[in-house]
Design a protein around this ligand. Sequence first.
Ligand SMILES: Cc1ncc(COP(=O)(O)O)c(C=O)c1O
Length: 387
Amino acid sequence: MPAHPSLHPRVLELRSSVFAVLAEKMARLGGRVLPLHIGDTCRLPPAAALCSSAPITEPAGLYQYGHPFGLPALLEALAAKLRRRNGLDWARPEHVQVSCGATHALFCATQALFGPGDEVLVLAPYWPLITGILQCTGARPVQVPFYQALLDRPDLDPLRLVEPYLTERTVALYINTPNNPDGCVLGRTTLEALAHLCCSRSLWALSDEAYEDYLYDGREHLSLASLPGMAERTLSVYTFSKSHALSGLRVGYVVCGREPMNTLRRIANHSVYNTPVLSQRAALAALEQGEAWLAQTHKQYQAAADLVRTRLKGRFHPAQGGAYVFYDTTAVAPDVWSFIDRALEAGVSLAPGEAFGRDFAGFVRICFTAVELPELAEAIDRLNAVL
Ligand SMILES: Cc1ncc(COP(=O)(O)O)c(C=O)c1O
């Protein structure tokens, strides 16, 4: 007789993190490893957003439950930002839900929209957690090789890449621009084509805009929900993890029309109740007082992207935005793990491409925002030496 009932097969299908394998290898090696495998930043958040700053630690209200939708002042500030910066002129506090990071925002959005039998097209390569988040709903993530093809041939018709994967069960499209892991930025023509597809096939769009603040070489971010016909069918997610280097505090948000928002809010309410008040206060301070910091950070990330483009040898597309390049190891190593091991022995950790989609086992992701510029230069030299 089993000791307990069986575990749910849906959960057993979730992948364990490949980063655990990497962490073990790093621990075995010891020594100083430059961590380019993680998707984080070496920057400290704006001074006003540090947890030690007085307005954030003001005890009144800090230790009680907060409003489940988000602090009213933060919701107001976010709605204003979405109108001003993202072109969502309809955005009001009632269209915004504060979440525990973009991960939780996407969890709530997908729980609100999908269920068993649904298929969601995931443009690939993709941020690794999105497929598991979709699987938690019972929906099937369908991988659509997309960004690398567009980087190789910017004149390609994006719909030619997507249409072969559409079925009667397709209910939504997950889009990430700037893209993690390959730094691809989708321009107006591509987004308009995807918007047209969503409208004509009556699909939802999940627009992951985690890296909206970091586009390079004069490119500008465009929000899918600002395009005609998209306001009512797009759920757009953002995060202070990336915008303001606050990943440890877990604050993100989602904006959408009233109908999906009503359902989504119930999921948020039943999953975490509220995002910690301290974290929301820090996010608000970052939003209100972080403009100069954002400009400095943008400058630093642009310099890091330039350094990778000009100094790293081998095959990769320079980052158009975000924090990464996706490096093709097939010409320099018999298999990706032997390349990762060589890099580790040289003191640089990289993320294996298999985490980012079925077709990318020969790639590694290199994060260029995780260390300061001199260390990045050192990491690139170490990588060049093992190529
Ligand atoms: C594209 C993308 N979306 C969402 C997230 C989740 O961010 P968080 O949950 O830290 O806000 C990440 C984190 O790396 C990401 O790269």
